[in-house]
Design a protein around this ligand. Sequence first.
Ligand code: ATP
Ligand code: ATP
Ligand code: MG
Ligand code: MG
Length: 874
Amino acid sequence: MKILRTLTLRGPNYWSIRRTKLVILRLDLEDLAERPSNTIPGFYEGLTQALPSLVEHYCAPGYRGGFLQRVQEGTYMGHIVEHVALELQTLAGMSVGFGRTRETADSGVYQVVFAYLDEKAGRYAGRAAVRLCQSIVETGSYPLSELEQDLQDLRELWADAALGPSTDVLVKEATARDIPWMQLSARFMIQLGYGVYQKRIQATLSNRTGILGVELACDKEGTKKILRDSGIPVPRGTVIEYLDELEDAIDEVGGYPLVIKPLDGNHGRGITINVKSFEEAELAYDDASAASKTRRVIVERYYEGNDHRVLVINGKVIAVAERVPAHVVGDGKSTIAELIEETNRDPRRGQGHDNVLTRIEIDRNSMNLLDRQGYTLDSVPKKDERCMLRATANLSTGGIAIDRTDEMHPENIWLAERVVKTIGLDIAGIDIVTSDISRPLRETDGVIVEVNAAPGFRMHAAPSYGLPRNIAAPVMDMLFPPGTPSRVPIFALTGTNGKTTTTRLTAHIMKQTGKVVGYTTTDGTYIGDYLAEPGDNTGPQSAELILKDPTVEIAVLETARGGILRSGLAFERSDVGVVLNVAADHLGLGDINTIEQMAQVKAVVAETVKPDGYAVLNADDPRVCAMVERLKCNIAYFSMESDNQVVKRHTAQGGMAAIYDKGDLLILKGEWKMRISKAVDIPMTMKGMAPFMIANALAASLAAFVHGVSLEDIRAALETFEASSSQTPGRMNLFELGDYSALIDYAHNPHSYKALGQFVKNWPGERIGVVGGPGDRRDEDFITLGELSVDIFDRIIVKEDDDTRGRPRGDAAELITKGIEKCDRQCQYEVILNETDAINTALDSAPKESLVVILPETVSRAIRLIESRLPSRN
Ligand code: ATP
Ligand code: ATP
Ligand code: MG
Ligand code: MG
């Protein structure tokens, strides 16, 4: 077996609209192509021995053991690889179940499709599955050690991919509220919402968190001063820079017990608590100084009491947790070292902030603390005796958290809310030391030790004891107050021909509404009036660029087959999905070999329209009409025929449509008829002579109309949209060259040649074609091009692209001439392989009143050649 290619899908796709995360292996079974599993001795036994849990896979039979039964009866290796890839991920803690396997047109080559949770792990599982199956085929088994290594690697990939605990709760809340989110490439930043509505978070910092508030909170001394000025109780203390200031500082603070900590520390680093002598103070000073970037150290009074963390979001106290430092409780038998080990065995304890709790680790501070309590690691504390291992209660050093939200005294709530406003933070954690949070701080001699920007959510979302609190909801309420949008409208357009033209036109119409429109096309990504990025941008990455842009108010996305097949859509649903047509083009690429399969690819755009959105469909194209069956959204049709039956039935039921009727573009809404414009007034239709352009105009108008755009705006847009070489290069660009004309068009498949032909045949003078096409098309497509050319032109010059895309030079031209000669009608033709020479020859020899039609490889080069001949304007 050999993996020929691996694709990673990340959005709605050809295989599934709902299951957006899929890996696709293109797998060549090689010698196993002719050997189903029942013909491989020992395979069934080896497989069940390696992965007994495969018995849980139902597969086609639909019951437990169903898949293994298939293996026993005989199934192909691609199918087995699919199930093994799913099972490996599941065993590593990523529960996935969706898979499909299909044979491709290349015999023995399969597409193996399976779900993933983390894409790296998904791809890994695919490779491991192939390895496992191959090993069982060859040796009858897969070594246990290898399997364990695979699972270990998969678990690590999964852990690496995990978001931080605070980010994770925020993202889950966003998902529950149907707010889209994406990871940005820098600094663990997460974008919530699209375009102009987006907000950002980074852990628990939000885009509303002010830098002044953060700076102040990080300066513990400054915080204390500001709070003290407001009459808020804070520890009495001072800041020193050198050891020789220590003695005076201790006097100033009022003697022992003391706390000594770095001025700019966090996570409890460098803190010593309950310092009772000068020797201890000196050691504590060294620790604190070493942990401080500025080498400055706080010396403050030690306040007896429990440690509390009060979480304030958007001005309100949301949660309160009491934090207890890492400790163990004696059982009368075990040593402290054993008790620690036992405590760390709790599956909730992990490394750093990864888990609900963090493992307890012993450092010099812990040893000192034990020493002061009269213990060593080998002591055996009495039953129920509490033995402290850390002085500070940070969860990240092994502490635990107990929810106390409902116990906080109203006066303390008032105080906490005032503190956070005073510091100026939208999300803050206040550290309060008091013996009893249910009594006012004044009464207990409690103090506010510090205020934290970007407080962790873990202790509130998953306290070790007490009620978990939904702290993400108030954050979302703050970022997206009820009733505010998080999504920009998305228009997605697909079809074999006319996508770019219709996308540009739709964007042009939407611009009339005064909004900033971001749109992607084959010749670039645009935001408002400017090109943001040149290139063939019809895939999900370009769509993402638009959805990430903070100025975009409406997204209009040309959505081509290539991107859908390569990685799926960039969005899970759209407001309006337009399908223009489905014709033979790109067949044979990406394992899409039939036009029916191609229709299914394009249907993804219609099937992802949200239930109250609209699919805008071509009623003249039966393959597009057939998509309706699987749609759950509203539908609107466009048609070039005034009596199209699909449209008639649809409008009879009150539906919306756009049709062309005797020179007019009309919108139908039930029984109502509204005129958009006359075709002759719409420049892109070439005075109404280019029927396919009228169809594109109908589609774009209808897409805008169903979204609520007024007829006036639509009309104004149609009448100002020109298919000029500057606005739509390569699409019906007509040039007047003195006494003859030239047309550049990008038609590159039989369907678009025919469409173009309808226009060209309306031309009164001689018609000369300069024709050729991209080399990666099928042989029969070139022959068809030749045949169609005879029908359209009086004289033909056959040329080739510079880039033959793998074909021998002259090959495509030969096929085209074969097509030309097949026809009964005599047609004058010559072959000039070089495109520039071919164009120049045609232009040089063009008689009066004639039309030279060029299907170029490079549009800009063809335009330059023509422009150099334009009659001078002076
Ligand atoms: P974190 O980043 O977890 O908030 P930190 O490194 O910023 O910790 P502080 O919050 O200043 O450090 O102190 C950590 C803990 O030490 C406090 O939560 C409190 O339990 C204890 N503590 C600090 N200062 C005092 C004090 N003056 N009196 C009593 N306890 C104190
Ligand atoms: P691509 O696949 O290259 O991105 P596209 O679908 O974006 O193509 P356009 O660039 O808008 O299509 O048009 C390409 C050519 O297809 C046009 O120049 C014209 O010849 C032809 N065409 C445009 N619209 C239609 C249509 N509605 N029906 C048939 N052919 C069309
Ligand atoms: Mg703190
Ligand atoms: Mg295009």
